[in-house]
Design a protein around this ligand. Sequence first.
Ligand SMILES: O=C(O)c1cc(=O)[nH]c(=O)n1[C@@H]1O[C@H](COP(=O)(O)O)[C@@H](O)[C@H]1O
Length: 311
Amino acid sequence: MFMDKLIEKIMEKNNPIVVGLDPQTYLIPQCIIDQYSKEEEPMGEIFWQFNKAVIDAIGQRVPAVKLQIAFYEQWGIEGLKAYQKTIRYAEEKGLMVIGDIKRGDVFSTAQAYASAHLKGPFECHAVTVNPFMGRDSIEPFLSLCKSKEKGIFALVKTSNPSSGEIQNLVADHKPIYRHLAQRVEKWGQDTLGKYGYSAVGAVVAATYPKEAKELREEMPNTFFLVPGYGAQGGRAEDIIHSFDDRGLGAIVNSSRGILGAYMQHKGKEVTLEEFQQSVITATEKMKKELLQALKENNKYQVYTEEEHQKI
Ligand SMILES: O=C(O)c1cc(=O)[nH]c(=O)n1[C@@H]1O[C@H](COP(=O)(O)O)[C@@H](O)[C@H]1O
């Protein structure tokens, strides 16, 4: 069951972080660009080498990676080959892999999306889905959650500045995001795992802590994927409400905050080792911030004594 495996990885690594493998070109160190720019498919090779360097640096330290497919799609076939190769490599390294595809369409089209991303060429452990079109647009993903132990994370309260334009509109006396929450919670009910979370998760942003608190209460069996930490302004104190009392219930994403940390100190001219060290340092710093906030709020049960002492 996907969510059980994710939770067990989080506990094994003592770390509720998912690193975003979003290779925007400005984030890529010059040494990688110089070395691979003469390849036949240079951007594909550069993205792949960049991702491999990141996975080699943090593969032992974090439970999961998330790949936002748009950053690959914009480079066409070579970008998608890098996407595919990265998924396989991350999986080989024992990481849980989330494909951030935000799909959703009429049933027959959703079937094709689900087939491509949960069992076909781009098979991941879980994907993000857009529930705007309703239950039938999610159904094909749900059936693979059951038959292939996959997971999904449905958009409920997103991190962007305009997310309230629709998600916070009030209908039947409550905001749309709470209507979405009720449905997402229900969609997962027949896939509950041993930690009380279903295979159907929700995207609940770090940038809206008040809403996250309401949603944690509204969705007791729904695991949260929390984007918006760091680069978009989310802080450790903002993600606390997304966790349950054990310290489970959420995994927090950072992409630019981790991949681009090296640029603050060194600019683009770093060695590969310096880049990898900066990825490790940024991940460890984020972990410390999160675990400290969890500890201060007595949401720390699942983390080990050894980790307690480090904080
Ligand atoms: O589904 C997501 O992951 C997601 C939802 C959301 O509401 N906001 C959001 O930023 N994301 C994704 O999370 C990542 C955030 O990246 P950083 O802001 O660089 O940490 C990107 O891949 C976004 O596409």
